[in-house]
Design a protein around this ligand. Sequence first.
Ligand code: ADE
Length: 263
Amino acid sequence: MNYYVMTLFPEMIEQGMNTSIIGRAMAKGLISLETVNIRDFSVTGNGRIDDYPYGGGAGMVMQPEPVYRAYESLVSRIGSRPRLIYLTPQGRVFDQSMAEELAKEENLIFLCGHYEGIDERVLEEIATDYVSIGDYVLTGGELPSMVMMDSISRMVPGVLSNQESGQYESFQDGLLEYPHYSRPELWHEKQAPPVLLSGHHGNVDRWRRNQSILRTLRRRPELLQNGEYDKKDRKFIQSLLHDEYEEKITEEEKRILAKLLAI
Ligand code: ADE
C-alpha cells in the first residue's frame, strides 16, 4: 500500500506515521508514505496558497492552482491516477467496511484542507471520494487522514503480526468484541470468568460470542441489525428474553432483541 498525502503540514503526517505498528509496517516495506507540501506549488512565488473568499465571509480559501499543480506533479510520478480522498466533515462517514475496501487499493492519495476549505473547482477535477471521520469539525484534514491510514493499514496483509487479531476485533462481524481478561485470576475482588480458565475451547467461543451480542446490545444497540445470528445465537437471545441468563436486561433491550429474532 502506497500512501500519498497532500498537505500544508507534512511533518505532522510523517511524525504521526513513524511510530508503533504503522512505523514497523513501513520499515518492513508493507506500506510506504510520501507527503507533498502544497505550499511548494504556490503560484505567487512567496509561498502563499490561500486567498479571500469570493462573496466575502470569514476565513481564507485554498486556491485551486497550487493544489492542482501538486496533484499533477504527484500523479506524473506515480504513473497513474489513484483514488483521491478529500477529508471533509461533508463527506461520507468513514467506517470499517470503507477501511476494508480501501485496503485493496495499491495507491491512495489524501488531500488535507485547511482554513475554510479548498476552491470547489479543483475538487471537482481531482477528488474521487469525500470522506469524514465523524460529525465534528477539526482544524484540518491531517488527523483524519492519519486515522484513515492507521485503520486501512491494519487490513493490509502482514501488517498485524497475529492475523487473528485482525480477524476477531470489533466490527469484523458487525458486532462489538467480547471483553478480555488476563492474570491475575482475582483482582480487586473481581474474578476472571471461570469459563475462560476451563480450557474448553467450545465453551470459551460460545461465551465470547454471547458476550459480544450482549455488549453490542448494551453499548451500540443500533449495530445489532448488522449481525447474522445462527441457531445457537438465537437460543442465547431467547434465554436473555426469558431472564434465564445471569445478566438481566431491561424491557427496552428486550424489545430490541425481540425485533432481532423476527428478522
Ligand atoms: N476536516 C475537518 N473536520 C473533519 C472531519 N470530521 N472529517 C474529515 N475531515 C475533516
